[in-house]
Design a protein around this ligand. Structure first.
Ligand code: DX5
Ligand code: ZN
Length: 218
């Protein structure tokens, strides 16, 4: 299966959001929309009104990554405003099962996101319920950080869990993805690569995306 590329708009010129998305649209598979509340992560980004505005500007799927406390209070509205996928952090809710099924009932794809320190084995009782897992390969909060090498091991064990169960769960890798690590990430099971700097702050992103698309997983 060909890997999918998600462009993280956190790294774009946000004053020109619609133009920035249109500029890269034909080269990517989805838009990645990072929501930060200044509580779960030490940054505040953008939220519902911006998603609503962006939804009118692109027909690409939008993956919303909720880095907020109490995500259960907001998933309905994010789906309403146009999220096709919603990723909720394992660390932010004691009711992951309920929220995952809520997202699916609303008609969106449900992803669970893991911080770098959160082990894959904690997913054993939820993995069959989710459409995908978002593996954070930097500490959430900012674009342009360095890939944490240990994440590769996590992707490997997650892939093993998914394969052993005969599932087709997506593995989305988010943070510090670049030309150096993309290939090894795909070989080890990544099915969606999120890139902020790699796309919006990279003059050669078209070439980069093209070469990444040629890589094949196992
Ligand atoms: C970090 C965000 C990422 C980030 C990726 O908290 O979840 O989506 O924007 O940006 P790069 O690819 O620049 O690390
Ligand atoms: Zn993200």
């Amino acid at each position: 299966m060909m890997v999918k590329i998600a462009a993280s708009i956190l790294a774009c010129d946000l004053a020109r959001l619609a133009d920035e998305v249109k500029r890269v649209e034909e080269h990517i598979d989805m838009v990645h929309f990072d929501v930060m509340d200044g509580h779960f992560v030490p940054n505040i980004s953008f939220g519902l009104p911006v998603l609503k505005a962006l939804r009118k500007e692109t027909s690409l799927p939008i993956s919303v990554h909720l880095m907020i406390t109490n995500p259960e209070d907001y998933v309905d509205r994010f789906v309403e405003e146009g999220a096709d996928m919603v990723a909720v952090h394992y660390e932010t809710t004691p009711h992951l099962h309920r929220i995952v099924h809520r997202i699916k009932d609303l008609g969106a794809k449900a992803f669970v996101a893991l911080n770098p320190h959160t082990p894959v084995f904690l997913l054993s009782e939820i993995i069959t319920d989710v459409d995908g897992v978002l593996v954070m390969s930097v500490n959430p909060g900012f674009s342009g950080q360095r890939f944490i090498a240990r994440s590769l091991e996590k992707i490997r064990s997650l892939k093993k869990m998914i394969r052993d169960l005969g599932l087709e769960t997506e593995i989305m890798v988010d943070g510090g993805v670049n030309e150096e690590n993309a290939s090894i990430l795909i070989k080890n099971g990544a099915t969606i690569l999120v890139m902020g700097y790699g796309i919006f702050k990279n003059e050669n992103y078209v070439e980069l995306v093209r070469s990444i698309k040629q890589e094949r997983g196992e």
